[in-house]
Design a protein around this ligand. Structure first.
Ligand code: ZN
Length: 56
């Protein structure tokens, strides 16, 4: 499986950001500080955002 980047939209404030698909740390929204992903077995688990685009 190729690790890539995901363009996601925050569910709370709707701002877009780009995250690493295998992020191993918790990522918070830069705008509203809500949790976007939590690490889950070497793969980012999207908890507070929606993927809008998969980047190569
Ligand atoms: Zn947000």
């Amino acid at each position: 499986m190729t690790a890539g980047f995901l363009k996601v939209t925050c569910n709370d404030c709707g701002s877009e950001c780009t995250i690493f698909s295998r992020a191993t740390t918790k990522i918070s929204c830069l705008v509203c500080n809500s949790t976007l992903t939590s690490p889950s077995g070497g793969k980012a688990n999207l908890v507070g955002c929606t993927v809008t685009e998969t980047l190569a």
